[in-house]
Design a protein around this ligand. Structure first.
Ligand code: FES
Length: 107
């Protein structure tokens, strides 16, 4: 699976994964700036907030109750359509690629 992380300055970082992982876990393991994952993926920190690129939104699972609650606590403003917690998005099982924008305030 392939994950592209996009930044406000126009740069991108890409990560290739051989095994399934959340977009948060893949970023932390690859040292991608701006995705902290403080709570380890327990939907308790919102430091994994991302804006999902157009074209991938309708392929994601629905926002769960815990995620909905934490999306109210993000450092950068929530975008009603594109904001997700990246620990709740798994690539490598069903979803093979995704592109996300990393919020400025997390970098
Ligand atoms: Fe803490 Fe996603 S890693 S909410």
């Amino acid at each position: 699976a392939r994950i592209v992380y996009r930044y406000g300055d126009g740069t991108t970082r890409a990560v290739e994964r051989a095994t399934p992982a959340s977009v948060m876990r893949a970023a932390v393991e690859a040292g991608i700036p701006g995705i902290v994952g403080e709570c380890g993926g327990q939907t308790m920190c919102a430091t994994c907030h991302v804006y999902v690129a157009d074209g991938y939104l309708d392929r994601l699972p629905d926002i769960g109750d815990d995620e909905e609650e934490m999306l109210g606590c993000t450092a950068s403003p929530r975008d009603e359509v594109r904001s997700r917690l990246s620990c709740q998005i798994v690539v490598g099982s069903g979803l093979d690629e995704i592109e996300v924008e990393v919020p400025e305030t997390q970098i």
